[in-house]
Design a protein around this ligand. Structure first.
Ligand code: SF4
Ligand code: MG
Length: 313
């Protein structure tokens, strides 16, 4: 399978008093067509920023984002538009993304109309098709967003995103605001759509249960760096990085309820002024002198399993 969004090697520089912007520090992540990659880490670690950069909503100030092997910035305007449409983002708060004065039909039709993806003669069947894919009866299309529940609104957002015929969905905490039973429905919808529409996902989440359930591969972020990256079973059964181990320690089993991050000992340092060397060293029980000065590089500790820790030599 070809690389979809291939190497993202970037280092976002901060405009200082901009607390919502997080530093990314030479992050490199490849996502292959058809994969579901889970991106996890504590809030403030930069995962939303990385998601936005990968989705093309935020520009990297350094490095590059490759789409199907081509640097986005080197593309023609038409190619950039195509790559932009092919990548859609689903956010956490489903209502915020919906215009309360538009019907569901208008919301779904807006982008396909603007981009000429279907003719006005095809409008009804086009909208109905995407409503159906997102689990709605098309008769609901005359309603307004406030007439829907939270889970339904998120499915409207999904229908709207699908209506531009994307190949890659970046989901940023897309189920975090929903009740647990509704979360499961929306996750099942994402997975069903993956098979039916051949989608690729980057799933940004702080919920380990969700990530374990849906991901093929998982990247663990800490203060702007990806510290571990591996197939999902390696991350959960054979974690290598001390930060990953701390996150996974003592979390409740998935069967018994939500599997959220354990509160890792110590405070998360400011991403604006991260510790030198290994960013995790002030909280790491294994920290050595070297960890305070030298940035650990990622090494393959098993096939396709990368970890950035000096304990690996
Ligand atoms: Fe801990 Fe050092 Fe490994 Fe960082 S490099 S995780 S401080 S042992
Ligand atoms: Mg976030």
């Amino acid at each position: 399978r070809p690389d979809l969004a291939a190497k993202i090697a970037l280092s976002l520089k901060l405009a200082k008093p901009a607390p919502v912007v997080h530093a990314l520090d030479g992050v490199s992540l490849s996502i292959r067509s058809g994969e579901v990659v889970g991106l996890v880490g504590e809030s403030g670690c930069g995962k939303s920023t990385l998601g936005r950069v990968i989705a093309g909503i935020a520009a990297p100030t350094g490095g590059n984002v490759l789409w199907k092997g081509v640097d986005r910035r080197a593309m023609s305007a038409a190619e950039q538009k195509e790559a932009g449409l092919a990548t859609q983002m689903i956010f956490q708060n489903p209502m915020a993304a919906l215009n309360p004065r538009m019907t569901i039909e208008d919301i779904i039709w807006e982008a396909p109309k603007t981009h000429g993806l279907a003719s006005s003669a095809e409008r009804v069947s086009y909208v109905d098709n995407y409503l159906t894919l997102a689990g709605f009866d098309p008769s609901m299309k005359a309603r307004y967003p406030h007439q829907f529940s939270g889970g339904q609104r998120q499915r409207v957002n999904i229908a709207r995103a699908l209506a531009v015929q994307p190949q890659f969905l970046v989901c940023d905490e897309s189920v975090a605001a929903l009740d647990v039973s509704i979360q499961a429905q929306v996750i099942n919808l994402f997975m069903d759509l993956r098979d039916r529409l051949d989608l690729t996902y980057l799933f940004v989440s702080h919920d380990l249960g969700v990530v374990e359930h849906i991901s093929d591969r998982v990247a663990i972020m800490y203060l702007g760096r990806i510290v571990e990256e591996a197939p999902v079973e390696d991350v959960f059964r054979r974690p290598n990085h001390p930060y990953t181990k701390a996150l996974l320690a003592e979390v409740p089993r998935i069967e018994t309820g939500k599997r959220r991050f354990k509160a890792v000992e110590g405070e998360l340092p400011s991403p604006l002024d991260p510790p030198r060397g290994c960013h995790f060293h002030p909280r790491c029980p294994f920290a050595m002198e070297r960890c305070r000065v030298e940035v650990p590089i990622r090494k393959e500790v098993a096939p396709r399993h990368l970890s950035a820790c000096h304990l690996n030599g």
